[in-house]
Design a protein around this ligand. Structure first.
Ligand SMILES: *Cc1c(COP(=O)(O)O)cnc(C)c1O
Length: 392
């Protein structure tokens, strides 16, 4: 079944819910058992492979199970778990595998708060980390130590957009007995299939394109068969949970994700191409754009691009000119997160974001999320911003 058809028909079986085509929203902490036999039978199911068991609200309800199963199916993983935020998914996927004394390898292009967690909480737990150049490919082999147990990748980096050679990295990691976790948020479960490229665990900020409407936070952890018990035990042991109303919003968003992404992709590429032709622009960092960094690997491993990319200006524009460029954008509003229907802009300093890998550009940089607006209106907004930048 193609993803589009699956998203319409495969998420639940309406006949399980009296014919209704959406899963009901269960608000539950207590789940009662008919008798001790029933309780014992469900307990056995819980401790076996099956987690779609009504046991206690924290461990999920049919609302949760429907979305978890849909996401695992779409991404090609074994099973998925929902947690409270994308960041919780990132930290849980790491913590599930490490112990004091371990060493991990983390992409230098990783989401900022994930880096912060590695540098503070993990360091306090005596887990050390080396941040690696995201473009190093199979050369990552040289960075493994006897204590290295995990590689955390993010491809493309959601600020600087380097594409990583994930199959080469996974091969090196598995030779050293390390697991590979990827933050696959940019691609959604549709455009990069991590488990076909050697990844063990995939995480998503469901907050972005899955929820898709900038109104709920959601984290997703999907694993292959071998990693499932480790991740599930960690997530259950630490009391992670996603609330039923947010889960409902995420499954509602998921239904239209493929069709929204078609528009994000088309408008994003058109605007990236337009930006690449501007005299003020040094480089557009959009892996789907021919000639842009990472494009060859993107073509090899990905089946699409979402609407998030960055732009580096030529050097020489002053601080005030850049502030005027950003400040009076009307349709690209200034805000964190992305993946909703609306366009966004966020300036950033790559020297601060990515200290371990050389940054070849001198100009100021900003990230765009291209939303669902008409692309002509978005281009007009940017055109006016360039006039402010050059003082016209
Ligand atoms: C936003 C984001 C996260 C964190 O998601 P939250 O739901 O905001 O906690 C993690 N990774 C990437 C790549 C993100 O863009």
């Amino acid at each position: 079944m193609s993803p589009d058809t699956y998203l319409s028909h495969g998420v639940i079986d309406p006949d399980d819910f009296g014919g209704v085509v959406n899963p009901p929203v269960f608000h539950a902490s207590t789940v009662t058992f008919r008798d001790l036999d029933d309780m014992e039978a469900r307990g056995r199911a819980m401790s076996g492979a099956d987690t779609d068991v009504m046991w206690y609200g924290r461990k999920g309800t049919p609302t949760t199970f429907a979305l978890q199963n849909a996401l695992a199916q779409l991404e090609g993983g074994h099973r998925s778990l929902l947690v409270s935020s994308g960041l919780a998914a990132c930290t849980s996927a790491i913590m599930a595998f490490v112990k004091a004394g371990d060493h991990i390898l983390v992409s230098d292009s990783v989401y900022g708060p994930t880096r912060h967690y590695v540098e503070t909480v993990l360091a306090r737990c005596n887990v050390s980390a080396t941040f690696y150049d995201p473009t190093l490919g199979s050369d990552i082999a040289a960075l493994f130590r006897p204590a290295t147990t995990l590689v955390f990748a993010e491809s493309p980096g959601s600020q600087t957009f380097e594409i990583q050679d994930i199959p080469a990295i996974a091969k090196a990691a598995h030779r050293h007995g390390a697991v590979v976790v990827i933050d696959n948020t940019w691609s959604t479960p549709l455009f990069f299939k991590p488990f076909e490229h050697g990844v063990d665990v995939s995480v998503h900020a469901g907050t972005k394109y899955i929820v898709g409407h900038s109104d709920a936070l959601m984290g997703v952890i999907t694993t292959n068969r071998e990693s499932w018990n480790t991740v599930r035990d960690y997530v259950f042991a630490t009391g992670q949970h996603a609330g039923p109303d947010d889960v409902y919003l995420a499954q509602r968003g998921l239904r239209t994700m493929a069709v929204r992404l078609e528009r994000h992709q088309r408008s994003g590429l058109a605007i990236a191409e337009w930006l690449a032709g501007r005299p003020e622009v040094a480089q557009v960092l959009h892996p789907g754009l021919p000639g842009a960094p990472g494009h060859a690997l993107w073509r090899r491993d990905f089946t699409g691009a979402s609407g998030l990319f960055s732009v580096v200006l030529k050097p020489g524009y002053g601080r005030e000119a850049f502030r005027a460029f950003i400040n009076d954008l009307k349709l690209f509003r200034l805000g964190f997160s992305w993946g909703g229907f609306e366009s966004l802009v966020m300036p950033f300093d790559p020297q601060k974001e990515r200290p371990a890998a050389a940054w070849p550009y001198a100009g100021q940089a900003f990230r765009l999320h291209v939303g669902l607006e008409a692309k002509e209106d978005l281009i007009a907004d940017l055109e006016a911003a360039f006039r402010r930048l050059v003082g016209q």
